[in-house]
Write a protein that binds this ligand. Structure first.
Ligand SMILES: NC(=O)c1ccc[n+]([C@@H]2O[C@H](COP(=O)([O-])OP(=O)(O)OC[C@H]3O[C@@H](n4cnc5c(N)ncnc54)[C@H](OP(=O)(O)O)[C@@H]3O)[C@@H](O)[C@H]2O)c1
Length: 258
């Protein structure tokens, strides 16, 4: 069988690891990208497929373009999982989280856009039915006081993904947005979002099941995937409730409770 290559960003932890396992189970050769090389090498050693590991900081200028070029050196990527991302928890404009907010814009918006752009252009030029999974978030459906920049980056991710889905499908290219709710990964530790009502009240999704829902949606070429019944309800509420009601409610959930 012909070798098919998938590029997975954020492959050193959480959802990225689960995507790598799912893709490997279907026989995809993998390019794994994130900053922590040793974690990706350890993952690659457990997978029954060829893996190439690229350590790259996606917050650096032009890093999305650089990664696309490195990933396509000596091979052609047919599937992109645009998954790397991070958040910052804290009040906007106090200086507390400014640096992490800037980094999250660089990774969740700039590198995310550049990779999507390069993938779609390349798939078009090669005339292939390439596929992209963009990892957005349920946060993309609602403003998030307490994580204002993170929610805004995910609203951007979702909007861009939907628009490109509509444009690219006439070329046979599919672009799917995955919108998980709170999921057990390193994300909340990294964002220092531990003691909030969200963490106390929500049933955290399991990374393997969330990734499976995303992978199935990607392979079926769906526009959006919202995994889990509670997340689907939240998504419907977010669409029905006026922002004047929804936004302070989300702010309460993201407030520290200790
Ligand atoms: N967990 C949730 O509740 C949740 C909910 C909705 C959406 N999401 C989204 O799901 C995606 C994956 O997150 P996760 O939950 O799996 O979190 P995670 O366990 O913290 O993993 C995040 C991944 O992104 C990579 N990453 C972060 N900063 C990077 C940088 N500057 N350059 C390159 N890679 C970077 C990390 O790798 P290195 O640290 O090795 O660089 C890691 O592999 C993110 O886009 C996140 O926004 C998560």
């Amino acid at each position: 069988m012909e070798q098919r290559w998938a590029l997975i960003t954020g492959a050193s932890a959480g959802l990225g690891v689960e995507f790598a396992r799912l893709a490997a189970a279907e026989g995809w050769s993998l390019v794994l990208a994130a900053r922590r090389r040793s974690e990706m090498e350890a993952l690659a050693a457990t997978l029954p497929v060829t893996c190439v590991v690229i350590d790259i900081d996606l917050s650096q200028p032009r890093s999305g373009d650089v990664l696309w070029e490195m990933a396509n050196e000596g091979r052609q990527i047919d599937l992109l999982i645009n998954n790397a991302g991070l958040g910052a928890h804290g009040p906007f404009g106090t200086g507390e989280t400014d640096e992490r907010e800037d980094t999250s814009i660089a990774v969740n918006v700039v590198a995310y856009t550049d990779l999507l752009q390069r993938a779609v252009a390349d798939f078009r030029q090669r005339g292939i039915k390439g596929q992209v999974l963009n990892v957005a978030s349920l946060a993309g459906y609602m403003p998030g006081p307490g994580m204002a920049v993170y929610h805004a980056t995910k609203a951007y991710a979702l909007s861009l993904s939907d628009a490109v889905h509509s444009e690219a499908k006439r070329d046979g290219i599919t672009v799917t947005a995955l919108c998980p709710g709170a999921t057990r990964t390193e994300f909340f530790d990294a964002a220092e979002v531990k003691r909030t009502w969200l963490m106390t009240l929500s049933t955290m999704g399991d990374a393997a099941s969330v990734a499976r829902a995303g992978w199935d949606g990607l392979r079926a070429g769906r526009r959006r995937v919202v995994p889990g019944i509670m997340n689907k309800f939240s998504m419907i509420f977010a669409r029905l409730l006026p922002s004047a009601v929804m936004t302070p409610l989300v702010g309460r959930l993201l407030a520290k409770n200790l």
